[in-house]
Structure formats: structure tokens, C-alpha cells
Design a protein around this ligand. Structure first.
Ligand code: PNS
Length: 164
């Protein structure tokens, strides 16, 4: 049984993240999505909200579980008996940071491998940051995330910026 963790901020999840989760759920027996609780950052959504959003968005994929975590991703992987860390790679701009992180994780934990999934082309430009930027100006979010997530983002925006 090969268990993979997919750690990230997911503030909030986008179609890009959901695409990686869906595809990884085919390649691994179990995917545990790890939502980072990072007290140094001030996310739009609390860790509980981000977990909740992801649980709803992945409810139809039976081998996916969503959990909050703090600290190192390799420790989260170990605690969940995972052999693999999954990360999505959108473009070459992601590569340097992702490679450094994967190499650091490998130094920290030789028994855990990072597997990169190339993001589907239609989501290659997409990030939670981009979605929040568009939302902050009242733009159309329909290409970025499912309706429930868009609704959650809308609720966080000041009333005068809300999308019709
Ligand atoms: O969605 P993100 O913000 O790109 O995810 C980054 C994340 C959460 C995977 C990364 O910051 C992380 O693993 N943080 C936990 C601390 C850690 O393990 N760092 C890796 C060693 S460099």
C-alpha cells in the first residue's frame, strides 16, 4: 500500500490543486492532503476552513483524506506512514523552489520521495494568490475553482468587492 501526502497552504484550494489530488488518487492507494497551519503567515482562510473546503471538494474521491498539520512536511508524512510527498509543478518558475524543497526533504528523510505531478495545462497559470487577487477586484472566478469555493472566497471579500 503506497500512501502519499500532498502538503500545501491551500488558501484556498483551486482547480489546479483538485486536479493534482484527482490524478494522484489514481496513482497512489491513499492521498492525505496536509493543510499547513503556519502561524507566521496570515491566510485568508483559517486552517479549519481550508480543511473543510477541501473535504467538501474531494468528498467523491474515496481514497482522499484531508488533515491539518504543523511543522515539517516529512514529519507529517512519517506520522501518516506515507512514503511519498506529492507536489504539483506548474511551470519552470516553480522548479527551483520545489527542487530545493524536495532535496531538503530528502536530506531530512531518506525514506520519503517527492513525486512531482505536472499541472494540467489549463491550470498552469493558476494559484490561490491569483484567485484572491482577482477576487479582491470583484472579477469572475468561475475558471479558478468550483462554485462552493468561489462562494467561500466571496464571503471573505468586503461587500463592495463581491462578485455578482
Ligand atoms: O502551497 P505551498 O504554500 O506552496 O506549500 C508549501 C509547503 C506547505 C509544502 C511547504 O512550505 C512546507 O512543506 N512547509 C512545512 C515546513 C517544511 O517541511 N519545509 C520543507 C523544508 S524546506
Amino acid at each position: 500500500m503506497v500512501i502519499a501526502v500532498y502538503p500545501g497552504s491551500f488558501d484556498p484550494a483551486t482547480y489546479g490543486h483538485l486536479d493534482v489530488i484527482k490524478r494522484a488518487s489514481v496513482s497512489f492507494d491513499k492521498i492525505i492532503v496536509g493543510v499547513l497551519h503556519n502561524s507566521a503567515k496570515s491566510p485568508l482562510f483559517s486552517v479549519e476552513e481550508r480543511v473543510n473546503i477541501l473535504e467538501k471538494a474531494t468528498k467523491d474521491i474515496p481514497n482522499v483524506e484531508v488533515k491539518p498539520f504543523e511543522g515539517l512536511s516529512v514529519n507529517f508524512a512519517r506520522e501518516n506512514h506515507a512514503q511519498v510527498i506529492v507536489r504539483g509543478l506548474r511551470a519552470v518558475t516553480d522548479f527551483e523552489y520545489e527542487l530545493q524543497m524536495a532535496q531538503t526533504n530528502r536530506v531530512l528523510a531518506q525514506d520519503i520521495d517527492t513525486v512531482f505531478m505536472t499541472t494540467s495545462l489549463e491550470y498552469a497559470y493558476l494559484s490561490s494568490t491569483i484567485m484572491k487577487e482577482v477576487a479582491s477586484f470583484g472579477g469572475d472566478l468561475s475558471k479558478f475553482a468550483p462554485p462552493e469555493i468561489i462562494e467561500a472566497v466571496k464571503q471573505k471579500m468586503p461587500k463592495d468587492k463581491q462578485i455578482k
